[in-house]
Design a protein around this ligand. Structure first.
Ligand code: SF4
Ligand code: SF4
Length: 412
């Protein structure tokens, strides 16, 4: 299948997308189905449907995804496996893993093999983007080989014949998103029956990556870093992706920089659809009901977080309740990182302040020191001189040198 992009036509399409998007303003969840969608929708693909779980059509894949995606990147031992089993017992049907998550694929492989008919498997090729970029512009063949070899390794490790969607992890550069060879590698793999859908995840330079991905017509599913604070800026790109039929999963949804994530809880004593919601639940409810997202993914370090996530996925709030949630999440995430990548591009010492924030979140929000260490290594925090150039370009004026020194002290 050829979907090769003519450069002039492509850039024109992006420009039109951006201009149209800019007029849309703030996106509401009632995003219309893709304009190109045929009058008769293809049959939905259901797996593991359970009462008490919310489901949504994952864009043009037609897969009915559980509103919660189980992030299997942190599955290491028996306790994590039990959380995964519980999640699937309760109706979760979308598992996310990746080559960069150390032994995650191997750890979940037996479970996946036994439950293949219940779960949709998404894995990701690393090293093309996150965590350590090993290709340069123009190294198209190398990138394609990396995609294909990692897909083959994922198939072997997961012990499955087909992966439902194989993504590029952490795409942040224009030239990666539009690289013909990567898409061709996917098409070849699809012809061979190794994979069904193409996708990417992005947590840096997010608006631009999403616009390009939507305009390319190549991507079926995108995992996007977005929180209520960054939603408005991203709304044109979200509208374009929805129009293109892309299934959307949000991550980093409650905002990545909070020392005490529950500090707001005591201020909110009203019930919402019969229950009090945590700061995380509010962010998830907002994103899947008003943010244009089909599902949310969360790190799941313990049973408390799992139960919170399951509850958030099942809530069906009314308009007034959503208005209340919206007011709260906008207050709670004000000042959060928008994943724009300006700080990374501006740093004269090649520090990646955006990854420092991820390190901070893993330390203080999730208590996951291994994940924090990986983000810390990638961020290159030891090279930070405290010059404050990054803070100067940050649209939220986040005190990034302070974040650098905080995580440096914590990781020492
Ligand atoms: S303060 Fe540190 S991270 Fe920020 S621009 Fe300067 S050297 Fe880079
Ligand atoms: S410049 Fe600010 S908002 Fe943008 S990625 Fe960096 S920290 Fe986040």
């Amino acid at each position: 299948m050829s979907n090769r992009i003519d450069r002039r036509a492509f850039l024109g399409k992006v420009a039109r997308t951006t201009a149209v998007g800019a007029t849309l303003g703030r996106l509401r969840l009632e995003a219309a189905p893709p304009a190109s969608q045929p009058a008769t929708k293809p049959a939905a693909e259901w797996r593991n449907k359970q009462s008490g779980m919310g489901y949504a059509r994952l864009g043009r894949t037609d897969f009915m995804t559980s509103r919660i995606v189980f992030g299997a990147g942190g599955v290491r031992g028996p306790d994590d496996m039990r959380l995964l089993e519980l999640a699937v017992e309760r109706g979760v049907n979308y598992l996310d893993t990746g080559r960069a998550y150390r032994a995650s694929e191997a750890n979940i492989s037996d479970f996946v093999r036994k439950n293949r008919d219940k779960v949709w498997i998404v894995s990701k090729a690393g090293h093309i983007g996150w965590p350590d970029m090993t290709i340069q512009p123009g190294e198209d063949e190398k990138a394609a080989r990396l995609y294909t070899s990692q897909l083959d390794e994922s198939l072997r490790t997961l012990k499955v014949d087909t992966i439902d969607c194989y993504m590029i992890q952490g795409a942040e550069h224009d030239w990666i998103v539009t690289m013909d060879s990567l898409y061709d590698a996917f098409v070849q793999a699809r012809k061979a029956g190794k994979v069904r859908f193409f996708g990417l995840s992005t947590h840096t330079n997010v608006p631009r990556v999403c616009e390009l991905a939507a305009a390319s017509g190549r991507y079926d599913v995108i995992m996007v870093a977005v929180n209520p604070n960054s939603l408005q800026e991203l709304s044109p790109a979200i509208a374009a992706m929805r129009k293109a039929g892309i299934g959307l999963v949000c991550m980093k949804t409650s905002g990545p920089i909070k020392r005490d994530a529950r500090a707001f809880d005591k201020h909110y004593d009203q019930d919402l659809v019969g229950r009090k919601l945590s700061v995380y639940q509010r962010a998830y409810v907002h994103m899947i009901n008003r943010g244009g997202m089909d599902a949310f993914i969360s790190h799941t370090p313990n049973r408390t977080v799992l139960e919170e996530n399951l509850a958030a996925a099942a809530i069906e709030p009314g308009r007034a309740e959503l208005d209340a949630v919206e007011r709260r999440v906008l207050a709670e995430t004000r000042g959060s990182c928008r994943h724009c990548g300006r700080c990374n591009r501006a740093c004269p010492n090649n520090v990646r302040p955006g990854d420092l924030l991820r390190c901070h979140a893993y330390l203080h929000t999730y208590g996951d020191r291994d994940a924090a260490r990986a983000a810390y290594r990638l961020a290159g925090a030891t090279a930070c001189t405290g010059c404050e150039i990054c803070t100067g370009v940050c649209p939220e004026s986040i005190d990034l040198p302070r974040v650098a020194s905080t995580v440096r002290a914590a990781m020492a």
